[in-house]
Design a binder for this molecule. Structure first.
Ligand code: TYD
Length: 209
């Protein structure tokens, strides 16, 4: 019998308030309707340890280096306990954020040296990257209006100023320009149905390695 083929790793990225969550739920439903086994997860988090680290990361002030290292510590556990085992069974893993978020938020937003982030990434997952990444692009002003309308209590990142999110957005777009085969940049200001249609079309049209 042939070994079961490996699953696919799909990530969603964008600044806070870009509207990822709704689209993640729609994609998971669409993949399941196509008969795929799907695991939905998130970062920071996704494991018992990772969710504890998430509470600290979203709630406590800390040095930017500490923040980056904890993001990758949570990610290491996430890969070992959840992502790798699921992909090995042939499941599709859909994650709300992954390492692009550390490059965008900690390097772009906080000013962490890019080389440090590259080193942590090379340690945590050498040679491993998402198969496909959806980047939800929106201006910090529109995203802030959405967050305000949602009315939920802001976490430590959501309390940041517009210029922080402008830097995070620019860092995301820069990564997307460098890896056009992996990224799909979506205009996140469009109607949810239009965005969902573009996402499922990207999945159906992609030539998987
Ligand atoms: P998010 O998925 O947006 O959570 P929610 O929708 O519940 O607010 O992410 C949590 C926050 O963590 C978000 O502000 C981005 C930040 N973050 C980083 O700064 N670096 C990272 O590497 C990751 C994964 C997230």
């Amino acid at each position: 019998m042939n070994a079961k083929s490996r699953g696919r790793f799909i990530t969603f990225e964008g600044i806070d308030g870009a509207g990822k969550s709704t689209q993640i739920a729609l994609l998971v439903d669409a993949l399941r309707a196509r008969g795929r086994g799907v695991l939905r997860t998130r970062e920071p988090g996704g494991t018992e340890l990772g969710e504890k680290l998430r509470e600290l990361l979203l709630g406590m002030d800390m040095h930017p280096d500490t923040e980056a290292m904890l993001m990758f510590a949570a990610r290491r556990e996430h890969l070992a306990v959840v992502i790798e085992p699921a992909l090995a069974t042939g499941a599709w893993v859909v994650s709300d954020r992954f390492s692009d978020a550390t490059h965008a938020y900690q390097v772009g937003g906080r000013g962490l040296a890019a080389a440090r982030c590259d080193t942590l990434e090379a340690w945590t997952h050498p040679g491993f990257a998402p198969d496909l990444t959806f980047l939800f692009d929106i201006s910090p002003e529109s995203a802030a209006r959405r967050l305000a309308a949602a009315g939920t209590a802001p976490d430590r990142f959501e309390c940041e100023q517009r210029d922080f999110f402008a830097r995070v957005r620019a860092a995301y777009l820069d990564r997307a320009r460098r890896e056009p085969a992996r990224f799909r940049v979506l205009d996140a200001t469009r109607k949810p149905e239009a965005i969902a249609a573009e996402i499922t079309a990207s999945i159906d049209e992609k030539t998987w390695p």
